[in-house]
Design a protein around this ligand. Structure first.
Ligand SMILES: NC(=O)c1ccc[n+]([C@@H]2O[C@H](COP(=O)([O-])OP(=O)(O)OC[C@H]3O[C@@H](n4cnc5c(N)ncnc54)[C@H](O)[C@@H]3O)[C@@H](O)[C@H]2O)c1
Ligand SMILES: O=c1ccn([C@@H]2O[C@H](COP(=O)(O)OP(=O)(O)O[C@H]3O[C@H](CO)[C@@H](O)[C@H](O)[C@H]3O)[C@@H](O)[C@H]2O)c(=O)[nH]1
Length: 478
């Protein structure tokens, strides 16, 4: 059954880019992305899209108002569509049962209830948000409990694997597309309809069909494995710093083993982003609910090592700066959770800033893509700060990196933006207080060159040996 109209509920980092790519690859399908947020929809319809993502502007402009629409009229889009993607947020619960671990499914439920309330014809409902195993069953229950005569629903799982910063290329050439559905005639028909969409640009053999629960669990498992690799190499980085081994050399050596592979072995100040911590904690909670405490403890360690890595780095900054950063000017380079995105959710820079603010350091922040208001929102959120006045007193945001560095005691590189590799560090050094410190939390700078300029350099997973100071050798008297 060729699909003519798609509705996507949720115009965020997943809904917007993934539907823009579907619209661009399927010109014969009308795609409407809806959201409750009028501001977000206004931005999607403007020249200033609500999120920064390489190539996104071009894709959106190529099909907006041709077969790609952004709207707040959720009901109309649901009524008209044959296939509905649910791409709403599923954040970690902040209160009640499962607080701090379980996924908050209230947005999923409200989307399902809206479909159940307004749908007048049969729908294929596709869960694209990341959810706990068996969430599709809850969606089905809500839909069936309110079903109207002649209306039929099929609920599919189709988790999204795009990474921010590379969303468009990930969507255009994914490693695989995963579809989970019921093994019934109706289920198979719904799976075929969704496959038909993807087959517009993805080879059939890369579309993997499985049962719904396997598909839901595969998404959590994939993120848990990726996050675990980062925590594993970060745990090794602590050993490197204590012994004199170099974590980049170790990662290079183990990555050449084809069974291990070289990707996702970059030690860092800790992983961030809206997904890894949330999804690993979601898995931990699932294990706890299934009475599997050992499995829960195993996955919890992935998150614990990430906390440890951020704290370790903050401690190193304080220790290196003669055990006090109070009233010192510390410039944070990069606030996004990774390069090529303006997203700051769970960014390591937030936690680094928090630790330094707790020590009453004066923080200056520069990021090429993150808006000032966004940084302040993160730093004053109740989870991070119990004293918003301190943030307004101690934090200054700059749009010129050289101005930010002027008069600083230290630079702390938190995001691996390419532009940080090519700054004029001689100029920066000249304007900083001495001794001038650089803490490279991403291992991207030329440490030898920086030390040559005169910087005191600290990085992750490596002890940097300073050049011996050349003094004339005293003549031997005996
Ligand atoms: N961000 C990523 O890179 C990424 C990648 C893969 C999967 N995911 C998963 O995809 C889901 C969405 O993530 P995101 O980053 O796009 O979230 P987001 O917060 O950027 O966007 C979600 C949007 O849904 C809207 N929304 C919530 N309830 C709604 C409702 N009932 N009706 C209409 N709109 C509603 C919100 O207003 C928001 O704009 C999450 O489950 C996430 O784990 C995210
Ligand atoms: O070797 C590495 C790789 C990544 N990171 C950090 O890990 C975090 C996450 O990076 P990445 O996975 O590239 O970005 P996300 O956009 O969070 O994407 C992840 O989370 C998405 C949401 O579920 C999934 O769809 C993607 O497949 C998965 O990669 C960032 O802070 C990175 O800097 C490291 O520290 N070292």
């Amino acid at each position: 059954m060729p699909i003519k109209r798609i509705c996507c509920i949720g115009a965020g980092y997943v809904g917007g880019p993934s539907c823009a790519v579907i619209a661009s690859k399927c010109p014969d399908v009308q795609v409407t992305v809806v959201d409750l947020s009028e501001e977000r929809i206004r931005q999607w319809n403007s020249d200033h899209l609500p999120l920064y993502e390489p190539q996104l502007d071009d894709v959106v402009k190529s099909c907006r108002e041709r077969n790609l629409w952004f709207s707040t009229d959720v009901d109309k889009a649901i009524i008209e569509a044959e296939l509905i993607f649910i791409c709403v947020n599923t954040p970690t619960k902040l209160f009640g049962i499962g607080k701090g671990r379980a996924a908050d499914l209230k947005y999923i439920e409200s989307a399902a209830r809206r479909i159940a309330t307004v749908a007048k014809s049969s729908k294929i409902v596709v869960e694209k948000s990341t959810v706990p195993v068996k969430a599709a069953e809850s969606i089905t229950n809500i839909l069936q409990a309110n079903v109207k005569p002649g209306v039929k629903y099929q609920v599919l799982s189709n988790p999204e694997f795009l990474a921010e910063g590379t969303a468009i290329s990930d969507l255009v050439s994914p490693d695989r597309v995963l579809i989970g559905g019921e093994k019934t005639d109706q289920g198979r028909e719904a799976v075929e309809a969704l496959c038909w969409i993807y087959e517009h640009w993805i080879p059939k053999e890369q579309i993997i069909v499985m049962n719904t629960w396997s598909s839901e669990l595969s998404k959590l498992a994939a993120n848990a494995f990726l996050a675990q690799r980062i925590s594993s190499i970060n745990a090794i980085s602590a050993i490197c710093e204590a012994t004199g081994a170099d974590v980049s050399e170790v990662a290079g050596a183990i990555g050449t083993d084809s069974r291990i592979g070289s990707k996702f072995l970059k030690a860092s100040v800790g992983f961030g982003g809206s997904c890894f911590q949330k999804d690993v904690l979601n898995l931990v909670y699932l294990c706890e609910c299934l009475n599997l405490p050992e499995a829960a403890a195993y996955w919890q360690q992935v998150v614990d090592i990430n906390d440890y890595q951020r704290k370790r780095f903050a401690l190193r900054i304080v220790e290196s700066l003669f055990n006090t950063v109070t009233d010192k000017n510390i410039t944070i380079l990069g606030f996004a959770f990774k390069k090529d995105t303006g997203d700051t959710r769970e960014s390591a820079a937030i936690y680094l800033s928090k630790y330094l603010l707790d020590e009453e350091a004066k923080i200056r922040i520069y990021d090429p893509k993150v808006e000032k208001e966004q940084m302040l929102r993160e730093l004053t959120s109740p989870m991070i700060s119990d004293n918003p006045d301190r943030v307004s007193k101690l934090v200054t945001i700059y749009d010129d990196v050289y101005e930010a560095a002027k008069g600083s005691h230290a630079l702390v590189l938190c995001t691996e933006w390419d532009e940080f590799k090519t700054l004029d560090y001689k100029r920066i050094y000249a304007d900083m207080l001495k001794p001038a410190f650089i803490f490279d939390g991403r291992i991207i700078l030329d440490h030898e060159a920086l030390m040559e300029i005169g910087f005191h350099v600290e990085t992750i997973g490596k002890r940097l040996t300073r050049k011996p100071v050349h003094r004339p050798i005293a003549p031997c008297t005996q």
